[in-house]
Design a protein around this ligand. Structure first.
Ligand code: ZN
Length: 202
């Protein structure tokens, strides 16, 4: 088992940033207990005033949630989270969530009805087998982060084995979900992520 510490993760982040020819940045790391929204890792960050800044948050117990995790697979997870920041995904996510946040904060009936109508349209699209615009952007962001992470780690095999381990043996289960009427609907499946990586020409 390899060691997981803030210092080690920070040096991995710095190495990846060097590969992107970015010598100075404000991306730090924090460890947390258990899972956060069911996830063993997540990131938040953006490019602002000429500097990439943000945080990469990793569960201290990541090796308990992804059994037999190797250091190369762990590198893929860090590179994936870093790629979300470098590819500027977070500001887009905030903008996409804004209408929902505003509608939820308004207590009047018209806002509740509008929110219900939007959810109904989203549900109908998902049941028809297509994705609503917000979910489609989210799905593309995840695939983009996987691809960028493989370019950073230069290791397709470990990226794919990491995703198989995350899927806990069922690659046809959902990797990311969207909440509609308080129910989680899969918007991206592990097999889709694995085949996108498989097709990459390094
Ligand atoms: Zn991601």
């Amino acid at each position: 088992m390899f060691e997981i510490s803030k210092a080690i993760i920070q040096s991995k982040i710095n190495n990846f940033m060097q590969k992107l020819n970015i010598s100075s940045h404000g991306i730090y790391t924090e460890l947390y207990d258990g899972l956060k929204n069911g996830s063993p890792a997540y990131s938040k960050g953006l490019y602002f005033l000429g500097v990439y800044m943000g945080g990469i948050f990793i569960s201290k117990d990541i090796a308990l949630h992804i059994l037999e995790l190797t250091e190369e697979e762990f590198d893929f997870i860090i590179a994936h989270e870093l790629s979300h920041i470098v590819l500027q995904h977070y500001p887009t996510s905030i903008i996409l969530e804004l209408p929902n946040v505003i509608l939820t904060s308004i207590k009047e009936d018209w806002a509740k009805i509008t929110k219900l109508s939007i959810d109904l349209i989203r549900l109908m699209l998902i049941l028809k087998g297509s994705l609503p615009p917000k979910e489609n952007i989210k799905k593309n962001q995840e695939i983009e982060a996987d691809i960028q992470a493989v370019y950073l780690t230069y290791n397709k095999v470990s990226a794919m084995s990491c995703l198989r381990k995350l899927a806990k043996g069922n690659i046809f289960c959902g990797s990311h979900h969207s909440k509609i009427f308080n129910t989680d609907f899969p918007i991206l499946y592990f097999n889709e992520r694995i085949s996108a990586i498989e097709q990459l020409q390094l």
